[in-house]
Design a protein around this ligand. Structure first.
Ligand SMILES: [Zn+2]
Length: 147
């Protein structure tokens, strides 16, 4: 009996630790997504005003790639911490069911195949069934994928 009790206590402690780690990872992923959102806006603004300034945009895009890698790593750790690794959630693979995608942190919505859509952490992901639905939710269409 004593062993069972201490085992339960250990598991509870382990779960509490994972939840704390989870919160920290979420905050970190959240910050990264906000940074991506800033870059997204900046690139959208640039592409409207200065089509020729490709070096600047390329610089921003490489910064985004770094953030995206960091975010993907955080997400993988989040998923394993949550024990969702074996869940049947198909994630971004099931494009046919997701007409338009947006992040809770961002102002634009995207087609599923858009590079920007791929940067959205799953827990910040919003799905819209139509262009109108996304607009009514306060999102603007992405110019990159012409959402
Ligand atoms: Zn897009």
């Amino acid at each position: 009996m004593a062993d069972e009790t201490s085992e339960t206590a250990m598991l509870s402690k382990r779960i509490a630790d994972l939840e704390a780690e989870n919160d920290a990872l979420r905050q970190e992923a959240d910050e990264l997504d906000r940074r991506v959102a800033e870059l997204e806006d900046e690139i959208e603004g640039r592409s409207e005003e200065q089509h020729h300034d490709e070096h600047y945009v390329a610089g921003l895009e490489s910064e985004i790639d770094v953030l995206t890698d960091a975010n993907a790593d955080l997400e993988a750790r989040l998923e394993s911490a949550e024990g969702h690794a074996s869940s049947s959630d198909p994630g971004l693979g099931s494009d046919e069911e997701r007409v338009y995608l947006a992040s809770k942190n961002r102002r634009h919505f995207h087609r599923p195949q858009c590079r920007w859509a791929g940067y959205i952490p799953n827990y910040l992901l919003l799905e819209f069934g139509s262009h109108l639905e996304a607009v009514q939710a306060g999102y603007k269409p992405c110019k990159t994928c012409q959402a």
